[in-house]
Design a protein around this ligand. Structure first.
Ligand SMILES: *Cc1c(COP(=O)(O)O)cnc(C)c1O
Length: 377
């Protein structure tokens, strides 16, 4: 396709790879040479770098972002009979992790301004849950599209009720809240290095962050089959969930570009917002936080979204609906309880959101073309 007919990729992993391909080849070759494919030296190095980057006291890598959530919940012994509050507008993994452990995902509505868990809905859900005789243990605050949840408000409500705060930062690695980086927010924070996330590897990967020494020790055991002080000493039932050494080697190279990429994503977002906020609801990032811009998502209100997408597509502009169905309405999850005040905002968003191309290497001309075409709708 010509440059003109395809002005933009939704996410561009090729442009980034071109920049560092020779370094990646060397990094991968080093792993092939030393042969420590599992928990090799690059894993330790990358974990040190994650600690430096996030300022979290502990950073432990694992196999993927879903396992990261599962490991966090297992650290707190969450399982059958326990309630875990989940925003109903999120990716399935946020609810899948507690459900797999036999816990009960309890759906809470989100705020239209943040796409994240709504504090009033959360308060109501706690009341409902207690009235129903259920046992609330944890809230998963998802940083949807890269924007941190309002963690101070959520933590205050949660901690006053003895509820643990798990930040699902799968989309927000690199973002910050009141000058604190994602990783140091909440009781435990998790992230994902799935290729399309802000910091992605070339396969699956994830990490867990905490400032609590006891949690860190337990996470380390759980990710390695529940090991004790010796490898063949199994003290608890755990998982096999490790980041491959090759993926760590790749992530070390990608992390070197990451600060710059965050700036570039932010520039792209600012240009979109300046041009599009006259006509559409654009993402709202308060000045006390920064987004990692995993997605740039508009709310189209009553516009015909299918037609909108079709028009963009005919001009060669990709767009994606994240997420077309609230989790609380998904077939596999609709039997779980939800807040009595309803999840109307989640339902509204799933009908009216649209994400535009977003990556650090979106050229000015491509972005201008996207803006021009979007404004025609
Ligand atoms: C991607 C994602 C996950 C899961 O990460 P994987 O590495 O794909 O397992 C969890 N939560 C959210 C919000 C995500 O976007």
């Amino acid at each position: 396709m010509s440059e003109y007919s395809e002005p933009a990729k939704f996410i561009d992993l090729v442009a980034q790879q071109k920049l560092i391909r020779s370094k990646l080849d060397i990094a991968i070759k080093n792993v092939l040479d030393h042969g420590q494919y599992i928990m090799g030296p690059e894993v330790k190095t990358f974990e040190e770098q994650l600690k430096n980057f996030t300022k979290a006291k502990h950073a432990l890598t694992c196999a993927n972002g879903t396992d990261a959530l599962t490991l966090a919940l297992m650290t707190w012994g969450i399982g059958r009979g326990d309630v875990v509050f989940i925003p109903s507008f999120t990716y399935v993994a946020s609810a899948e992790a507690p459900a797999q452990l036999g816990a009960t995902p309890y759906f809470v509505d989100v705020s239209k301004d943040s796409f994240n868990i709504d504090s009033e809905s959360f308060k109501q859900a706690i009341i409902d849950c207690r009235n129903e005789g259920l046992n609330p243990k944890c809230v998963i605050a998802v940083d949807l599209f890269g924007r941190p949840a309002d963690i101070d408000v959520i933590s205050k409500i949660a901690h006053s009720e003895n509820i643990k705060v798990l930040v699902d930062g799968a989309q927000s690695f690199g973002a910050s809240f009141r000058n604190t980086k994602v990783g140091s927010l909440g009781d435990i924070t998790t992230t994902s290095f799935f290729p399309a996330k802000p910091l992605g590897c070339y396969g699956d990967g994830g990490a867990i962050f905490t400032n609590n020494d006891d949690y860190a020790q337990k996470i380390n055991s759980l990710r390695l089959h529940g090991k004790g002080s010796e490898k063949y000493d199994n003290v608890i039932v755990g998982l096999n969930s490790r980041l491959d050494t090759i993926q760590a080697a790749i992530l070390i190279e990608k992390l070197k570009l990451f600060e710059e990429e965050l700036k570039l994503r932010n520039n792209v977002a600012n240009i979109y917002t300046e041009a599009l906020s006259v006509k559409y609801l654009t993402p709202n990032i308060p000045d006390y936080m920064s987004s990692a811009w995993a997605q740039y998502t508009l709310i189209l209100n009553d516009k015909d979204r299918d037609l909108f997408q079709k028009n963009l597509k005919s001009s060669g502009i990709p767009s994606v609906v994240y997420y077309p169905i609230p989790l609380s309405s998904q077939k596999g999850y609709s039997h779980y309880p939800r807040v009595s005040s309803g999840v109307e905002v989640s339902a509204m968003l799933s009908k009216s959101v649209l994400s535009l191309p977003m990556h650090p290497y979106l050229s000015e001309s491509a972005q201008n073309k996207i803006i021009e075409e979007v404004l025609k709708n």
